[in-house]
Design a protein around this ligand. Structure first.
Ligand SMILES: NC(=O)c1ccc[n+]([C@@H]2O[C@H](COP(=O)([O-])OP(=O)(O)OC[C@H]3O[C@@H](n4cnc5c(N)ncnc54)[C@H](OP(=O)(O)O)[C@@H]3O)[C@@H](O)[C@H]2O)c1
Length: 268
């Protein structure tokens, strides 16, 4: 049996949908399990039960400081070893993201996986096209961002879910492999042009100050988001690669359309 963690999150629910479409039996694990899902909260290590799971698709549980994320992932990986999981598929971060503020938790998790005693496949996911579009902010004249003229090799979340389902369906064929799953380069100006508006670049200092002034953000988020902006702006995240199309057996979805749709959704 395959289990996909974070089942009520977006990537995991799409992965479960892909697996169902392939006729591959799988269950979801969730902090708030729905009917047919198993309770799974990495922050409650003594409650973790992975008995009967042959393949675990571990969707990263980020959105926290490194120590918290690594502790979470260690807990579920310890449970995987203890309960005899045969193969772990981990949704990690693209190699080009090594300098990003949240890279360490992913690389630390990869190390734990490689030492876990089970088979493994690491999916180094690029940044979502949906995220790129959502990070553009609207002004009366168009959109603003700190991305400058830099490009992101953005990838549709649904393509990453499809790739995870391909690997989970036949894990032995992907044992010990690290795939770098990035899309095609998209700039903020590309998105603005698609929407018929202008793009204005703001500096990283102004961007960070705005984030710090946003009372809704958690402390780890301003440095995390500023690191994404700096990486895109300075050309570190625009490189493409063949792994995604090879795994999918088709060209990836156009990330510009996905990013533009996400940006349009936040238009006041
Ligand atoms: N590549 C990118 O651009 C990008 C962008 C943002 C995030 N990410 C990373 O990719 C992951 C998946 O993305 P997504 O879009 O699906 O995010 P999402 O919709 O926010 O889903 C994340 C899910 O992680 C699960 N989770 C959180 N804390 C957990 C815990 N303590 N124990 C067990 N499960 C926990 C939750 O599932 P349940 O609600 O079912 O418990 C949550 O819904 C994120 O968690 C984050 O690490 C990647």
């Amino acid at each position: 049996m395959i289990m996909v963690t974070g089942a009520n999150g977006q990537l995991a629910s799409l992965t479960l949908h892909e697996l169902a479409g392939r006729g591959v039996p799988a269950i979801g694990g969730s902090r708030t399990p729905e009917s047919g899902q198993r309770a799974l909260d990495f922050d409650r290590p003594h409650s973790l039960d992975l008995t009967g799971i042959a393949t675990l698709v571990l969707v990263s549980a980020g959105y926290a400081e490194d120590d918290r994320v690594i502790t979470r992932h260690r807990a579920v990986l310890d449970a995987a070893t203890r309960d005899g999981v045969g193969h772990v598929v981990y949704t990690s971060l693209t190699g080009a993201g090594d300098h990003l503020g949240f890279a360490l938790a992913h690389r630390g998790t990869e190390r734990m996986i490689e030492a876990g005693g089970f088979g493994w496949t690491i999916l180094r996911n690029g940044l979502y096209a949906e995220l790129f579009g959502a990070l553009l902010t609207w002004t009366p004249d168009g959109v603003e961002s700190a991305f400058g003229d830099g490009a992101l090799a953005a990838v549709a979340r649904a393509d990453l879910a499809a790739a995870a389902a391909v690997v989970a369906s036949d894990p032995a064929a992907h044992d010990g492999r690290i795939y770098d799953l990035v899309g095609a380069p998209v700039t903020a100006t590309d998105v603005a042009d698609r929407l018929g508006v202008t793009h204005r670049a703001v500096g990283l200092g102004e961007y960070r100050a705005r984030l710090l002034a946003d009372g809704a953000l958690l402390p780890f988020q301003p440095p995390m988001l500023t690191s994404i902006a700096s990486g895109v702006r300075h050309g570190f995240l625009g490189g493409t690669g063949p792994d995604l199309a090879r795994l999918l057996g088709r060209p990836p979805v156009d990330p510009l359309t996905v990013a533009a749709t996400a940006a349009a959704a936040t238009r006041p």
